[in-house]
Design a protein around this ligand. Sequence first.
Ligand code: C5P
Length: 418
Amino acid sequence: MSPIFTPLDPSQHLTKQASNIVLGITGGIAAYKAAILARLLIKAGFAVRVIMTQGAQQFITPLTLQALTGNAVHTELLDTAAEAGMGHIELAKWADLVVIAPASANTLARLAMGMADDLLSTVCLATTANVIIAPAMNQQMWAHPAVQLNVQTLSDLGYHLIDPDSGVQACGDTGAGRLPEPEALLEHIEQFVTQQSLVQCLAGKQVTITAGPTVEAIDPVRFLSNHSTGKMGFALAKACRDVGAQVTLIAGGKVALPTPMGVQRVDVLSAEDMLQAAIDAAQAGCEIFIATAAVADYRTRDAAPQKIKKTQDTMTLALVKNPDILAHISHNYPAIFMVGFAAETQDVEKYAKGKLAAKKLDMIACNDVSRKDIGFASDENAMTVYFAAAYQKAAVVLDKASKAAIAQQLVTLIGNTI
Ligand code: C5P
């Protein structure tokens, strides 16, 4: 009998996502990075309106930001151009999110005191939107107890702070206080916005994900591997992080993808290394284990210690079976919620259910790899998810979508099942 397929209702995991950002720029040499950030935010789909303090205007001009955002830049608290002369209230209501980058020591102090003597500080008091603050200043100033006290006060008041980077500063000093690069600021902001819009269904959960191929040595310079890129596992790591999980990502082979912010990455090469890393994670309190890795089924029985010479016309490699990482963890750590993946070309349901039982899984996500438009190396995927019989859940079809969207839906299914 074929299963009853139920599509996933997006309202189960999504609320309205922030789209209007008020970008506050204060006086500091890092103000030039705010111009690039404004551009990146617009490219990422946000509507951006800029407030500049008097100090900011000493470093870059409002015209630059006006040209980049397509909106007039706001600089005055009392604005005759604003409807009813109350620009601060209009901006405060319009904002879904306020980002202050760079935030000077002076602005931190004034916000911590709740002052309202310029447009930016007044908007921060008048808005119900979240406020993200990215401080930037000389390292000695950043280390000053008064500044640190203000940072603590702001955090207690519910402001969200992005730590400054360390490194060489414009003034020639070296230390903490640099504004992170605009790309990194964008990543922080996007992560924050996504997190705010998602039900935190894995809050505080420890999740381990295996991803990518494994690499099995033949000799010191050659290996057996496969075409897996790790994209699905990395997308899942982000999606789990975005709903509150603490994620350990075990990346096999030589995955070339950047590590998602806030995710702990463990790089391994072979299946045996991956198994050891998985056992370490299981013993460290893993609660949910998601196996997306394309583990090589076989490895060479004896990897040659020296480079093999081409002296013979033919050669035979003796192979031995690799451990099944997913099955090992599920059989030895029965309390962990286990999620497997299966790539099939036919009889998808039959094989998926067989693996679900044989590997003692709670959930299996299955894709049809005979389709050219999804799966390996592609940015898109489509899956059917089956659950262990004990959950009495019908299979769920996840229609073709980006791996990021599929990952979010899978995470919602996990959250609804655990
Ligand atoms: O048996 P098969 O390779 O089709 O199973 C696929 C699932 O098992 C995937 O979740 C994969 O990551 C996992 N697996 C594993 N260790 C292996 C082989 C597969 O963890 N040696």
